[in-house]
Design a protein around this ligand. Sequence first.
Ligand code: AMP
Length: 113
Amino acid sequence: MTCIFCEIVAGRQPADIVYEDEQAVAFRDIKPQAPVHILIIPREHISGPLHVDGDNASLIGHLIAVAAQVAGQEGIAEAGYRLVTNQGRAGGQSVYHLHLHLLGGRRMGWPPG
Ligand code: AMP
């Protein structure tokens, strides 16, 4: 089955890319839930946080560092932002390629829905 985020990484699907490096790509969510809503993904296909293990765990630190950099670019670093990663059906995951949601530009509620 084709992975839409792998297609974006490969440049076969359009995306509004705001950052990329040799390990990660960040692009705007097509259905934004906040004034700033960016997805940060590894180039490597990992289906979700459940599949992060000893071999790829350092990648997660990198994705969080990329989120911090993109938050700076977007002007939301100082005010604050939220990082979310969903796992599986009950977690609300709809795309099975690991991603961090970077959400900002408004006050986030707690508890999350
Ligand atoms: P999740 O539900 O946590 O798996 O998040 C998947 C996110 O990917 C959702 O917020 C979707 O709006 C977003 N999304 C799906 N397809 C695309 C796409 N082609 N470009 C940008 N964002 C997308």
